[in-house]
Design a protein around this ligand. Structure first.
Ligand code: ACO
Length: 311
């Protein structure tokens, strides 16, 4: 088997910021409550009918540029999203047309907030076997379009954004060493959206599931990679709540400086949080070639996914 890794990352975020102070005018909440309970200060929100495929396309173009890969070279595009433009065709096909990836196979993958790590894991199998050479995985969401802005329990949490990653064959000393994908359908009622309705959530139960599974899954992929907690350069968790991240960190035995957090700027953008965090960690010099990185996510389903890779 060949080794698969992430060779380029691109991000797209809407311009408009929705701050906690804006939300104070919309529902009975306060900046203080939101910051202490979630860590979120503002989130980005689409305007002028901007759709998931618009964000996905911009992120895709930037990821391709970052990797030095031309759209025509792509063998496959996977879009992970709970907010596709349409029920069908897949958002991946809309992106394909707009970037000109004419020979790419295209499909959407729905694994809620775990979708990006699920997508990278799927892409990696094609690269590892040599079946495909270049795959684009995109996590893209316009959660604001399915959020009830009269429900303070949920509307303070979510934001819009997209992140894309190019997956290719990499030298033996780099790339994905281990991954774990999981699901527990008995929790399907805890976090859901019925057709045309808004997100519904049992916050407390989701919180409990998240802290338990993120910590345990991260530890298992570290073990499989042969890493102790001090070997990890950066844990990049799904950004849903800073208290969930803190609890997962504690359970994996990592120090605060080993964990990347940017939830204060974007809130929970579901499948987009991890690629957005990776891009910012790279830009800030927190993530460098050769670093040992752990990704871990959870989401509705319930689902979870984790991965250990050398950057
Ligand atoms: N402002 C003010 N008060 C609020 C707000 C708000 N925005 N939201 C809830 N409250 C109130 C509640 O009504 C409750 O009041 P009550 O005691 O009178 O009933 C009180 O605050 C405390 O509520 P708790 O649920 O105990 O608050 P908690 O500290 O658990 O935080 C939160 C709630 C932030 C939702 C937390 O449970 C959480 O983050 N859960 C996980 C949610 C999550 O990550 N969901 C996304 C998953 S990813 C995906 O697939 C999209």
């Amino acid at each position: 088997l060949y080794r698969a890794g992430i060779t380029g990352i691109g991000v797209a975020l809407p311009e408009k910021r929705l701050t906690n102070h804006d939300l104070e005018k919309m529902v009975d909440t306060s900046d203080e409550w939101i910051v202490t309970r979630t860590g979120i200060r503002e989130r980005r929100i689409v305007t002028d009918g901007e759709r998931t495929s618009d964000l996905a396309t911009r992120a895709a173009e930037r990821a391709l540029l970052d990797a030095g890969v031309a759209a025509e070279q792509l063998d496959m595009i996977i879009v992970a999203s709970v907010t596709p433009d349409l029920t069908f065709p897949p958002t991946a096909c809309l992106v394909q047309e707009r970037i000109g990836a004419s020979k790419a196979a295209c499909f959407d993958l729905e694994a809620t907030c775990s979708g990006f790590v699920y997508g990278v894991s799927v892409a990696a199998q094609f690269i590892m076997t040599g079946a495909y050479q270049k795959v684009l995985v995109i996590g893209a969401e316009t959660l604001s379009t399915i959020t009830d802005y009269t429900d303070r329990n949920t509307c303070v949490l979510f934001g819009d954004g997209a992140g894309a990653a190019v997956i290719e064959r990499v030298p033996e000393e780099f790339g994905i060493l281990s991954f774990e994908l999981g699901a527990d359908g008995s929790g399907a009622e805890l976090l859901k959206r019925e057709h045309t309705a808004a997100i519904e959530m049992n916050g407390r139960e989701v919180f409990k599931f998240a802290t338990r599974t993120m910590g345990e899954a991260a530890k298992r992929v570290m073990n499989k990679a042969g890493w102790e907690s001090q070997d990890v350069n950066l844990l990049v968790p799904h950004q849903a709540n800073v208290r969930i991240i803190e609890e997962a960190r504690r359970r994996t035995g990592l120090k605060e400086e080993q964990v990347y957090v940017n939830i204060h700027k974007y809130g929970n953008t579901s499948s987009a949080t991890i690629p957005i965090a990776l891009r910012e960690a790279l830009d800030e010099g927190r993530l460098k070639t050769g670093d040992r990185v752990v990704l871990v996510a959870f989401g509705g389903g319930m689902t979870w996914a984790a991965m250990a890779l050398v950057w």
